[in-house]
Design a protein around this ligand. Structure first.
Ligand SMILES: Nc1ncnc2c1ncn2[C@@H]1O[C@H](COP(=O)(O)OP(=O)(O)OP(=O)(O)O)[C@@H](O)[C@H]1O
Length: 502
């Protein structure tokens, strides 16, 4: 019982340490690692250490000493019985040798396929609505099925490679008396052993092999624990963002907005996606980022939110380099509003309160009214007390986005990062979102990945990004009359607007 208590305490400590690390490392880790894989690590991998801590470690002294003491006792009773008791050991070693050949690489393959299966399963389930909408069930299911088959193949390959060795080993270990019985009875017949010693000779070997069996099993467990521990320590040692502690708050100048100076950045694959970007988003102004898909707009927004650090150059906020601003302080300064709003377990009220944990109910409702959420929330049977998990399924994408706007309003951060994609939203919702956004962006510094021409045209400054470079800067009027990507973008929008349904 004590060892189990210690084990659960250790697992709890380990999980807390991992969560702690996750909050200190670049949030990009979560963008780059499928959520199913992170979940497997935090839940399953950590749980699988329980056996090791609760059983293997506390039982090890007994497992090792009992066979040793029994064997010495047998040698003391009669050295010939001692040797007979060891007769199966070479067979156990041979069997184990066969079984363990290439164990580590098989183990990594198997664990990799298991993690891939978990990731694919999570992806498949999360993506079901999209998959159905695009009639991709077969393709998506086949990806999931392929990883299930790979898991099956690696499991079966492992079994096939192990069965001979494990058969030999098990047979030898389950035959502790094979050589002892004839030797002991011959000695007893010859009068060299009395009845008590004979009884000891016939019982002690059984105990020895049971423990040897357990040691072998534990050795196998150890082989499994090594890669798991590797994975856990990789995350625990993942370099944290180098930031001052929460108490070393930076002096931010409210007259200065967000500035990029010669910013270069590459994701972990090493391919540079931003090649020396320079701009300033002035405080209280709307800066719109436009450009072709994959040009780097979201990357710029994520760098401002410190998902990662720039590889070269500097990003400043209020005149201070982001690296000098404690993460907590930065998070107070920024609200990130994207089109996919995550609803946490709890009530709708709790979900909005995430914007400012000490907000009163009245403040939450005022923010909801301003974000045009109040009416649809009141239509839910339990209103603000509705369970977000259950209600979430009943909310449209636009309604969820308005909830994230309500959170941001409550948070009242001076800088708004806005990924405003409204393409998937119906006109009624779009209208409501725009009104909510108007409330949110009043008097704040807004950096918006803009998709709607109206937002772009109204922006104080438009930054045109192409292939990781800032290629045009100006207002709508300035850029509309200049040849380039922005004029092309306008022309494409006008053509689309002229399309008729006839
Ligand atoms: N996590 C990632 N790992 C590696 N490369 C990435 C990652 N995220 C984005 N990229 C790459 O970085 C480049 C810029 O991507 P980004 O998402 O910033 O573009 P974007 O302009 O926001 O595109 P969109 O308008 O389609 O959202 C692309 O080539 C993309 O493939």
């Amino acid at each position: 019982m004590i060892s189990h208590r210690i084990a659960f305490k250790a697992l709890r400590g380990l999980r807390l340490a991992l969560f702690d690390r996750l909050s200190q490392i670049p949030q990009g880790y979560l963008v780059e690692n499928p959520i199913g894989r992170v979940r497997t690590l935090l839940v399953d991998r950590v749980s699988s250490l329980e056996d090791w801590i609760a059983h293997v470690m506390p039982e090890a002294p007994g497992r090792l000493s009992v066979p040793l003491v029994s064997l010495i006792a047998l040698f003391v009773i009669d050295w010939r019985v001692g040797f007979a008791a060891r007769a199966p050991v070479p067979l156990v070693i041979v069997g184990m040798g066969i079984m363990m050949a290439g164990y580590e690489s098989r183990m990594y393959l198997w664990m990799g396929s298991k993690a891939a299966l978990a990731a694919r399963a999570a992806e498949y389930i999360q993506g079901i609505p999209v998959i159905k909408a695009f009639l991709q069930e077969d393709a998506s299911f086949s990806r999931y099925a392929k990883s299930a088959l790979l898991y099956q193949d690696t499991t079966m390959a492992w079994w096939k490679q192990s069965w001979l060795g494990s058969g030999v080993m098990n047979a030898a270990m389950n035959s502790p008396l094979l050589a002892v019985v004839p030797v002991a009875f011959v000695l007893y017949g010859a009068g060299e052993l009395d009845i008590f010693r004979l009884a000891l000779c016939l019982t002690l070997p059984i105990g020895i092999l049971q423990h040897v069996f357990a040691i072998v099993h534990n050795f196998e467990l150890f082989q499994m624990v090594v890669p798991i521990w590797d994975e856990i320590t990789t995350l625990l040692r993942y370099p944290a963002l180098d930031r001052p502690s929460a108490t070393d708050r930076a002096e931010l100048d409210p007259q200065q907005g967000v500035s990029f100076t010669d910013v270069h950045f590459s994701y972990t694959d090493g391919l540079e996606v931003l090649h020396g970007v320079n701009f300033t988003a002035e405080p209280g102004q709307v800066t719109a980022l436009v450009g072709p898909s994959g040009s780097g707009k979201s990357t710029i927004a994520r760098l401002i939110a410190s998902f990662w650090d720039a590889d070269q150059g500097s990003i400043t906020l209020g005149g201070v380099d982001l690296r000098q601003i404690p993460l907590d302080q930065l998070m107070e300064e920024i609200s990130y509003v994207s089109q996919d709003t995550y609803l946490f377990e709890g009530t709708i009220r709790d979900n909005i309160r995430l914007g400012r944990p000490d907000a009163t109910d009245e403040e939450i409702e005022a923010a909801s009214r301003a974000a045009r959420c109040h009416d649809f929330i009141m239509k839910l049977p339990a209103g603000y007390e509705a369970d977000a998990g259950e209600a979430g399924g009943a909310l449209s994408g636009g309604e969820r986005q308005r909830i994230s706007i309500a959170r941001a309003l409550l948070k009242d951060a001076p800088i708004i990062l806005l990924d405003e994609a409204t393409s998937s939203v119906d006109p009624e919702n779009e209208h409501e979102i725009l009104r909510a956004l108007d409330e949110l962006t009043q008097g704040r510094t807004v950096i918006s990945i803009a998709h709607r021409l109206s937002t772009v045209a109204d922006a104080d400054q438009i930054l045109v990004i192409d292939d990781g470079r800032l290629v045009q800067t100006g207002t709508h009027d300035e850029l509309a009359g200049t040849e380039g990507i922005y004029a092309d973008f306008l022309a494409a929008r006008r053509r689309a607007a002229n399309w008729s349904m006839a």
